[in-house]
Design a protein around this ligand. Sequence first.
Ligand code: TYD
Ligand code: MG
Length: 454
Amino acid sequence: MAKVKTAYFCQNCGHEAPKWLGRCPSCNEWNTFVEEVITKSSKDISAFSKDSQSKAKPQQIHKIQDIPVQRIKMVDLELNRVLGNGLVPGSLILFGGEPGIGKSTLMLQMAMQEKAKNILYVSGEESEQQIKMRASRIGNLNENCYLLTETLLQHIFTHAKQLDPDFIIIDSIQTIHSEHIESSPGSISQIRECTAQLLRYAKQTETPIFLIGHITKEGSLAGPKVLEHMVDTVLQFEGDRNHVYRLLRSIKNRFGSTNELGIYEMLGDGLRQVENPSEILISTNKDKLSGSAIAATLEGLRPMLIEVQALVSTAAYGTPQRSATGFDLRRLNMLLAVMEKRCGFKLGAKDVFLNIAGGIKVDDPAIDLAVVAAILSSNADIAIEKNICLSAEVGLSGEVRPVNRIDQRVSEAEKLGFDKIIISKDNKGIKQSDFKIEVVECSRIEEVLRELFG
Ligand code: TYD
Ligand code: MG
């Protein structure tokens, strides 16, 4: 085996050192040194002075031929949509998520569904028996799926070359190591080197590769941003482990939009695709309960009705508690301040708890108005009618602000049998005559309160 030269580089400023250093002598940052492979000698830096032959030539952009990408349609429609309407040959996909969220389950399930494809599932985490057990649980074994429990990258390539699979799944990138690098599996240099090699393999053989990656406690993919830069697509699997719903999002996609969202339900026999999310996210409880409001939100291009629940109670201790599940705490504090200032509610001495039903995290600002409504409903202990939903952002001066794609939100609410939707007056382009549902336009939160509570 040829000896590969390595050196240590500061990840902050690029300073090179032959040994690992705790503190970079150049930029004074701590703990930034990482071992990297030096493939070529750095002697000949002045490439400019020498003529070298390159196969690639600069071309005028309009003369470049369009070659339509042949996308591989997946059986799993949620995955298909999130990938941007199919899988692009030769793409490298990073699939991240917290431990235990269901990454291995989703990938294995995909491997079982794609019956017409040869699939190589490489696992460095579980034994063959464990994976077989899980596959049997999902059911419907695919005989074209090959399992390989191996962690050495070079061996994986040997098998991949023999088998020539249609796609490869690596579970997980943190367990794979290359023999060219001495550091332990999971270290940045190993992850980076293995990903680079896999990328080369994917591009040369046009084989799509899924890399499963763990997420650190802070919520970023372990092995910093290095990985995200290298791959074509970054998918993230989210959800609350104690809830059954899982969201599949794309954070980066070179071949499609990052707006799409896939929703799954974790059942005893694998993940079920959820086609109509609104129906499951709204409680079927027919009783009127205070502190609950329905928001018409949009996740990517998908309208979704979500239930917001709030509990307001007198603070037992000096400092009031504020807690939000599935909603940004800072935004909650801002909305509370707006309610206090603009509508005169004394929320300063109250505990406020907020929860988005179904364990889902929502970023869409259109949920603001429902949050305000839920809090005020709990505060006054008056229930909001079950047939009303809301969709608008709330501004700092208590104004009700417009949101995008309002027609989609209104149609979804109508489809689910709501009788009234409250939106912003500034949302242009909504004609009451187009809808059966009553569209109420408000410009300030006081008006919304009058509309809801009389
Ligand atoms: P797993 O795919 O191992 O998570 P990850 O690879 O992201 O670490 O999923 C683990 C959880 O999923 C585990 O707690 C059991 C649950 N599960 C089900 O509820 N139903 C199933 O059919 C399977 C296979 C797993
Ligand atoms: Mg796993």
